[in-house]
Write a protein that binds this ligand. Sequence first.
Ligand SMILES: NC(=O)c1ccc[n+]([C@@H]2O[C@H](COP(=O)([O-])OP(=O)(O)OC[C@H]3O[C@@H](n4cnc5c(N)ncnc54)[C@H](O)[C@@H]3O)[C@@H](O)[C@H]2O)c1
Length: 319
Amino acid sequence: MAMTDNVDQTNRLGAKLVWYIFVFWDFLVLTLFSIKVYFIEFFKLFFPPPPKSLKGERILITGSGNGIGREVCLQLAQSGATLIGWDIDEAANNELLQDLTDLGAKAYVYVVDISDRSTVEATAAKVKKDVGNVTIVINNAAIMPAHSFLGHNPRELERVFQINVFGQFWILREFLPSMLKNNKGHIVTVCSAAGIIGTRNMVPYVGTKHAVHGYLEALKDELRHMPEKPRINFTTVYPCSVNTALTGGVNCFTKFPSLLPVLEPEYVARELIDAMRRNYEYIYLPKLVKLCGVYGKSLPMEVQRAATDFLQVYVEPIQ
Ligand SMILES: NC(=O)c1ccc[n+]([C@@H]2O[C@H](COP(=O)([O-])OP(=O)(O)OC[C@H]3O[C@@H](n4cnc5c(N)ncnc54)[C@H](O)[C@@H]3O)[C@@H](O)[C@H]2O)c1
């Protein structure tokens, strides 16, 4: 009996030792991998990866009629890609089509309310028939009602999530399967600085942008753990204030406008396209957004709030 106990104890110790060796090995691999990644990231600062060609791609852009989406389309006109513009604003989309045609682009536009699942499904079927499988999705359309939280009516609260979050789900449900099947694709998402920090008078909008940031991280993790990791790239863009109709109803404040300037949509579109072509995973516009929104998160909460008050970054609805 005593002999069996000794044997069991030796086996348990042996198993524990093996476990420690495996954990130590995994940790060593993790450390070496992290050093390699830091080295590559540092190298990329001086030698960015070359931009990929967009020739032959079929690019769907939502919110194509105005603002950043329109600029992205115009700047992609000569890329050799087929452009598919989706917008609820028919007049703006028709004007875009005319401009794209004048620039020699191959383009299609569709009137779509992306919050309406059945319209998205029907229009996606039309796109597949007219153009073929979409290879790049640029999820850009959004709305931004801005008031105090209790100033929003329930309809508005639902609508902002239906467009800014569910609209993206309906679109991915339509176009991600063919990307997975063909083992090729790119999901570009225009998120916002509001997807990593919170500011007053934008409670539901901030909620939707945090949701977008979060679901993309979860989706990437899900794809990464598929038996064969699919070759689908993700680029998420986090701009601060941009001079478009979206911010037409608000005053954007900051104590340091030279550090956090109101950006032009042309500039945001150019940076988005560059990031997409170089397969960058994240871009922050301006770069200070990364410092405040990503690195700043490691500070104690009270310090973060004091820093936000110091920077005085907030919006107020125009009365
Ligand atoms: N403007 C900013 O300050 C700012 C800052 C950070 C992030 N963003 C993000 O940039 C993206 C583009 O915004 P923008 O500034 O160009 O705004 P915009 O209002 O100029 O353009 C948005 C476009 O989306 C379309 N749209 C709205 N609801 C739709 C729906 N239900 N279905 C289809 N199309 C719809 C509009 O018609 C419009 O053409 C948004 O995701 C926004 O959250 C903007």
